[in-house]
Structures are given as structure tokens and as C-alpha cells.
Design a protein around this ligand. Structure first.
Ligand code: NAP
Length: 294
């Protein structure tokens, strides 16, 4: 992997969501670069314990903490978990970054059409806010993360089946480490001060849940079947598992895109930007198969 050209001044990169899936993979990559990294987190103890990087505690209820955390940063990466506060919080990060002199913001959004469905609708709102700022920005629009399969399948495929409402829909899952690799490239790219970009990121191939079941069967050494539910049945099942209506609806938004193959396209962007092909779903499954044995 290429290094950042050695410079007398090390760029300071702030990462909002450094304890999360893409954020932690990106932080690990940046540890090998000639940059300063500051992890913005609501849970400084968690961030501090895991790696030797600067940690800045933020509290979205106290805007001065966000401004202070971004002091001296010239680039900001954002990958915030889904919540009803996501739009307000990401707008607050963007506003504080712009006011504080950050030159380039790289934000994780989501691939897909303009829609009412969450979380996509939130990202549309945040992207629109970012688009109005007079600084460089790069929006990463990934397809579904491979690790959403853990929540959906681990804990049941070991007994031979899993269920959902994806039907025959095709989904091109992506490994979060590939999103992190693209984020690193985007953060280091020389950009015009007001350059605005969006990258659509996918794995190498789309899969149906039936095809994923075949892969799981092969890796687990016993048959695994996918039980197809209606959307209504799926929502009832999620609520019965104890999920809150908010989380159930969030998952249903994704389920609907799965069912309709909305995230089925394949882009070559990961390879073009990083020089390496994205990891395939079978590779990811093989690496994580232990999570699916119970
Ligand atoms: N999952 C997918 O398939 C998928 C696909 C495309 C796009 N995305 C997008 O990727 C982004 C990250 O999603 P994720 O589920 O993977 O999140 P995640 O990485 O698990 O969480 C990212 C971090 O966000 C921070 N955060 C700040 N406020 C939060 C809040 N109110 N609730 C939860 N986390 C909060 C947390 O860090 P601290 O606790 O340290 O503050 C957390 O570690 C989302 O914007 C999502 O829409 C996800």
C-alpha cells in the first residue's frame, strides 16, 4: 500500500465514528501513515483502550466539544451509526469542521436511489447539507456491508436455516475493510478546494440469499436453507425478537432494498481507487465462518 509522501507538516485527520466498523478499519490503516489521527468519540474509554491514537471526547449535546475536537484538523472522516439524531449530529460535525478550517470532508453515505426509506433518506439530507459547503467533499456510497449477515444469519444457520424477506433479490455485499481502503485514498487525494465527489462502492459480485445459503452449506458441511418471508412477516418476526420499532423499521428499509435488488449493481471503483480488487463474499464468509457455527 502506498504511503503518504513524507511532508514536513503531518496532516491531521479527524475520524468521527472511529470506534465503528469502517472507522476502526480506517484508523488501523492510518496508523501506518505519516499523519496525525484524532478519534472523535462519545466513549473515550472504549477508543483509548483499543489503540494508541489521540482521542477527543465529543458530546453532541455540547457543541463546543465538537468544535474543540476538530481544532487543528485539516481533514474529517465521518461514519456515524444509525440513530434518530444522525442527521442533526452529522450536520453539526460538518458545520464545526467548516467553521474550524477543515479543508476536505469524507463522509460514508449509502448507495441507492432517492427514497423515503431509512437510513437512505437521512443520508440524502446530510449529503445535501454537505453539498452546500464551500469546501472539498467526498461522499462514499457503499452497498450493504457483509457483516449485516451476522445479525441476520449467525445464531440460526448452525441449526440449518435462516429467514428474511429478501426473496430472490440480489445484493452486492462489501467488506468494510474495502470501504476503509477507499476512504484512505480519498483522504489523501489532492483535491481542488471545492471539489465534490461521490464514489459508489460494491464487492465484486451480487448474491441472492439462496446462493449465500449454498456457500454457508459448503463451509459448514451441512445443508442451510433460506426461508423467505413476506415483508409484514419479517417485521413481526423482528419485533418478536425484541427489536425496537425504530431498529426493526431500519432493518426493514434495508430488507426492501435487498428484495428489489436495489443494491445489486457492481462497480469497479474499489479496484480503480485502491489498485486491489474488493474482497469477495465467499472470502468474507470463510474468514468469519466461526460466527455462524452455533
Ligand atoms: N450497515 C450497512 O450495511 C451500511 C451500508 C451502507 C451504509 N451504511 C452507513 O454506514 C454508517 C455506519 O453504520 P454502522 O451501522 O456500520 O455504524 P458503526 O460503524 O457500528 O458505528 C459508527 C460509530 O458511530 C458513532 N456514533 C455516534 N453517534 C451515534 C449514535 N447516536 N448511535 C450509534 N452510533 C453513534 C459510534 O461511535 P462512538 O460511540 O465512539 O461515538 C459508532 O462506533 C451509517 O451511516 C450507515 O447508514 C451502512
Amino acid at each position: 500500500m502506498s504511503k503518504v509522501a513524507s511532508a514536513s507538516v503531518r496532516p491531521r485527520i479527524a475520524i468521527a465514528g472511529a470506534t465503528g466498523r469502517v472507522g476502526s478499519a480506517l484508523t488501523e490503516l492510518l496508523a501506518a501513515d505519516q499523519v496525525e489521527v484524532v478519534a472523535l468519540t462519545r466513549q473515550p474509554d472504549k477508543a483509548q483502550a483499543s489503540r494508541g491514537i489521540a482521542v477527543a471526547a465529543i458530546d453532541f449535546g455540547a457543541p463546543e466539544t465538537v468544535r474543540e475536537a476538530l481544532r487543528g484538523a485539516d481533514r474529517l472522516f465521518i461514519s456515524q451509526g444509525s440513530s434518530p439524531q444522525q442527521v442533526a449530529n452529522e450536520k453539526a460535525l460538518i458545520d464545526a469542521a467548516v467553521a474550524g478550517g477543515v479543508r476536505h470532508i469524507v463522509k460514508v453515505s449509502a448507495m441507492g436511489p432517492a427514497t423515503r426509506l431509512y437510513p437512505f433518506a437521512w443520508h440524502m439530507e446530510i449529503e445535501a447539507h454537505l453539498a452546500r459547503q464551500m469546501i472539498a467533499s467526498t461522499v462514499l456510497r457503499p452497498s450493504a456491508y457483509a457483516d449485516v449477515l451476522i445479525r441476520r444469519a449467525a445464531g440460526s444457520v448452525g441449526k440449518g436455516s435462516w429467514a428474511g424477506a429478501a426473496g430472490d433479490g440480489r445484493i452486492n455485499f462489501i467488506d468494510v475493510r474495502d470501504i476503509a481502503k477507499v476512504a484512505r485514498v480519498a483522504l489523501f487525494k489532492e483535491t481542488h478546494p471545492e471539489c465534490q465527489r461521490a464514489y459508489h462502492l460494491t464487492g465484486p459480485k451480487a448474491w441472492t440469499m439462496q446462493e449465500i445459503s449454498e456457500e454457508l452449506s459448503r463451509l459448514l458441511g451441512h445443508p442451510v436453507v433460506y426461508i423467505n418471508r413476506t415483508l409484514d412477516e419479517q417485521r413481526v418476526a423482528l419485533l418478536a425478537e425484541g427489536l425496537t420499532p425504530f431498529v426493526a423499521d431500519l432493518m426493514m428499509g434495508l430488507e426492501q432494498t435487498f428484495r428489489e435488488s436495489v443494491l445489486g449493481e457492481t462497480t469497479s471503483t474499489v479496484k480503480e481507487l485502491t489498485g486491489e480488487a474488493p474482497r469477495s463474499l465467499p472470502e468474507w464468509l470463510a474468514e468469519n465462518i466461526g460466527l455462524f457455527r452455533n
